[in-house]
Design a protein around this ligand. Sequence first.
Ligand code: GNR
Ligand code: NI
Length: 177
Amino acid sequence: MAVLPLVIAPDPVLKKKAQAIDVVDDAVRSFMDDMLDTMYEAQGIGLAANQVGDLRRILVMDVAQKEDEDAPKEPIVMANPKITWSSEELNVYQEGCLSIPDQYADVERPAEVKVTFLDRDGVEQSVHADGILATCIQHEIDHLNGILFTDHISALKRNMMLKKSLKIKKARAADLE
Ligand code: GNR
Ligand code: NI
């Protein structure tokens, strides 16, 4: 179990496409656990491997604690997630990203999705997600495809947010934050 350093935008690894894994072995499980530790420590509801500098198609989520910090943990891990169906109906959520600190914007996405993936035991599963879970899954799968939530908003807003992110990244690197 370990908290890994978070990659902050702009960074090339956030624009790269992650690669499918062959099997979920102990090394993959250990990495999934580290990703969960990292996500909980950063108080996020999701995390994709790119965000810790790794290009395997792995994401972790826990949307249970969004409303209530004392709610029991409900960790979800997915390897090789694939959206097999998206609803026509769209939904707008104010999104944020651990790799673009302190910036938020409304993003419109399909309200519901069906996803297949390999779970922590390497067993194929499928889920039909709605609400914040549907949004989060799409946000994380975007990361695995090298896409950030800022790619869904206007260029003006995007450039502003990435500039601010770079400022924060520099400040953190200089240990000022
Ligand atoms: O913590 C996070 N919150 C969030 C809020 C709305 C939509 C998506 C997210 S995911 C984000 C964590 C993160 O950056 N995951 O990649
Ligand atoms: Ni993100």
